[in-house]
Design a protein around this ligand. Structure first.
Ligand SMILES: NC(=O)c1ccc[n+]([C@@H]2O[C@H](COP(=O)([O-])OP(=O)(O)OC[C@H]3O[C@@H](n4cnc5c(N)ncnc54)[C@H](O)[C@@H]3O)[C@@H](O)[C@H]2O)c1
Length: 251
């Protein structure tokens, strides 16, 4: 079977859109016909990446946005609606472990509570804020797909970054809630649970049964499959483990 993805006429927002899987999803959605809004706190990078997509002849807009601030999040949703008319797809890719992103190695018993709050804000609150900003338009149009990102840290626990584990395990409940809210109204949601993905070289050292980390496209192609109604239209409320067998008890 040849799987052809076609997002012609659809509008997608990708958070964390300046790098990694958020950016790759945006690039592939744009190349498959979607108009894409890339949102990221890194303004210079997100503008550069959106321009690069446009130079390839596809449609993309970059916008600076801190997912922790609902006013900025809401402005991204409004921009998508004003410029492109609607929101069909939300790729909630923004996230990362606070221990890494804030360069904090203190044990949890000594950890600055501000770092813990930052991790919950970026990974959990930001995801919910974007869902809140986009879902009304999806429900009104009776069409939408929201992809959330969990992590194996949310499944196996992460003593080195408890806020990350907490936020990532919460993605299951959020995804099921959206799926229930959107049931019969054309709105679906799925959660992706990645093992190590080579969006940065450091992930190569994380053990998996397969014996390697994933290439970003291995995750993103699956995400696009879920987003395409022709292929993923029967899939909602589900979490999908793409971890190279990391969570197997013995390997
Ligand atoms: N890479 C992995 O191995 C891996 C494993 C498990 C889960 N995940 C999850 O997958 C998702 C994508 O991961 P990735 O490695 O592709 O991401 P990445 O680290 O390449 O990109 C994250 C992006 O989020 C942006 N960002 C950070 N704080 C922000 C804020 N406050 N507001 C807006 N943007 C902000 C960064 O500028 C960056 O561009 C994340 O949610 C991550 O937690 C990744």
């Amino acid at each position: 079977m040849i799987i052809e993805l076609d997002f012609t006429g659809q509008v997608a927002i990708c958070t964390g859109g300046a790098s990694g899987m958020g950016l790759l999803a945006g690039q592939k959605l744009a190349a498959s016909g979607a108009s894409v809004v890339l949102a990221d706190i890194d303004e210079e990078a997100v503008m550069r990446e959106a321009e690069a997509i446009r130079k390839h002849g596809f449609e993309a807009t970059g916008v600076a946005c801190d997912v922790r601030d609902f006013a900025q999040v809401d402005a991204v949703a409004k921009l998508a609606i004003e410029k492109y008319g609607k929101i069909d797809i939300l790729i909630n890719a923004c996230g990362g472990a606070s221990s890494r992103m804030r360069n904090c190695k203190d044990a949890f018993r000594d950890r600055d509570p501000e770092i813990i709050a930052w991790g919950l804000d970026v990974n959990l609150k930001g995801t919910l804020f974007f869902i809140r900003a986009c879902i009304g338009n999806m429900l009104d149009n009776k069409h939408g797909v929201i992809i959330n990102f969990g992590s194996v840290s949310g499944e196996e626990g992460s003593p080195g970054c408890m806020d990350y584990a907490a936020a990532k395990s919460a993605m299951h409940g959020i995804t099921k809630s959206i799926a229930t809210l959107g049931a019969g109204k054309g709105v679906r949601s799925c959660c992706i649970v990645p093992g190590p993905v080579l969006t940065r070289p450091g992930m190569a050292g994380m053990k998996t049964a397969i014996g390697r980390a994933a290439e970003p496209w291995e995750l993103v192609d699956f995400i696009l499959y879920l987003c395409d109604d022709k292929h993923g239209g029967f899939i909602t409320g589900s979490s999908h483990l793409l971890d190279g067998g990391r969570l197997l008890a013995q390997f």
